[in-house]
Design a protein around this ligand. Structure first.
Ligand code: SAM
Length: 255
C-alpha cells in the first residue's frame, strides 16, 4: 500500500521518464487528471485507468473538485492498493491535488512520494531561450498577484501562471475577461511601463505541434487571446542591477 504521484510532462510522449512509465505499469490502481490526447494515450498503457476529471462539474468550485479527487485517491489506498496518480507537467508545480494526496496519505501512515516531471516552466526556458539565472525569476499565479499585496522585483523575470483564468474568484471558471486582464495590467503598471515587452507562452502539447510565443506590449494584454494553458512571461527591466556596496565590501573583506 503506497502512493506515487507522477508527471507526464507537457509534450505528450516526449517528457515521460522511464521511472514514471514503470510506476504506471506496475500500480494496482492508476488515476489520472490529464486532458484529451494524453488521457487516450495513457489508456493504451492502462486500459483500467480511472480519470479524475468527472470530479469537475458545471458550477462546482475547483476546491470541492480537488477535495473529491484527493478522497478518491485515498480511498484506493485505504483498500490496500498500490496507487499511482498521474498529472500533467510536473505534478508538484501549481497543482493542489498531488500535494494534498501525499500529505494526507503520509498522515494516515502510508508511504507516499512524488516523481518530478517536466513543467511548463522547464519548457519555457528551452523554447524562449531564457535563463532564470541571469536576473533571477519570480513565479506566481496571476490572480494571486492581483488579490494579495505581493511585492515584485521588476529587475527579475516574472512568470504569471494561469493568466487565462485571471481574476476568477469563484474558482468555477476556466477563462478570463478583458476587464480582468485590464486590472492585471493596471496593477503591473506600478512596476512596468505600458510598452514593456511581455510574451504569452504556450508549450506544445503534441510532438507534431510547435509552441506559441506571442510577443506584445504589456498594455495590449487585455485584447490578446489567452487560454487555460497560457503563461505570461514578463521580461526584466533592462537597467543594470544596482550594486549593494555594503555587502560587496563585507564580502571583499573575506576574499
Ligand atoms: N503542473 C503544471 C506544470 O508542471 O506545468 C502546471 C499546472 S497549472 C494548474 C496550469 C498552468 O500552468 C496554466 O494556466 C499555465 O500557466 C501553465 N501551463 C500549463 N500547460 C502549459 C503549456 N502547455 N504552456 C505554457 N504554460 C502552461
Amino acid at each position: 500500500m503506497s502512493l506515487v504521484v507522477v508527471g507526464l510532462g507537457i509534450t505528450l510522449g516526449r517528457h515521460l521518464s522511464e521511472r514514471c512509465l514503470s510506476e504506471i505499469a506496475s500500480a494496482d490502481t492508476v488515476f489520472a487528471l490529464v486532458d484529451g490526447m494524453a488521457l487516450a494515450w495513457l489508456k493504451t498503457q492502462r486500459p483500467d485507468l480511472q480519470s479524475l476529471h468527472p470530479s469537475y462539474g458545471d458550477d462546482k468550485s475547483r476546491r470541492l473538485a480537488y477535495r473529491e479527487m484527493t478522497d478518491t485517491i485515498l480511498a484506493a489506498l485505504n483498500q490496500g492498493k498500490q496507487v499511482c496518480a498521474v498529472f500533467y507537467g510536473h505534478p508538484g508545480v501549481f497543482a493542489d491535488v498531488p500535494h494534498m494526496a501525499i500529505r494526507e496519505a503520509r498522515a494516515l501512515g502510508f508511504v507516499a512520494r512524488m516523481e518530478a516531471g517536466i513543467s511548463a516552466e522547464a519548457c519555457l526556458y528551452a523554447d524562449l531561450g531564457l535563463d532564470p539565472g541571469q536576473r533571477g525569476v519570480q513565479s506566481m499565479e496571476a490572480t494571486q498577484f492581483l488579490i494579495f499585496k505581493r511585492v515584485i522585483d521588476p529587475s527579475a523575470l516574472l512568470l504569471l501562471w494561469q493568466v487565462g483564468l485571471t481574476g476568477d474568484l469563484t474558482l468555477k471558471r476556466f477563462d478570463t475577461q478583458q476587464a480582468k486582464l485590464a486590472l492585471l495590467v493596471e496593477k503591473l503598471s506600478q512596476y512596468y511601463p505600458p510598452n514593456h515587452p511581455v510574451i504569452l507562452y504556450e508549450a506544445a502539447q503534441l510532438p507534431i505541434g510547435t509552441h506559441r510565443e506571442e510577443h506584445l506590449a504589456l498594455g495590449d494584454l487585455p485584447r490578446a487571446q489567452t487560454s487555460q494553458i497560457s503563461t505570461l512571461v514578463i521580461a526584466p527591466l533592462t537597467e543594470p542591477l544596482a550594486r549593494d556596496e555594503i555587502w560587496i565590501k563585507r564580502l571583499e573583506a573575506l576574499q
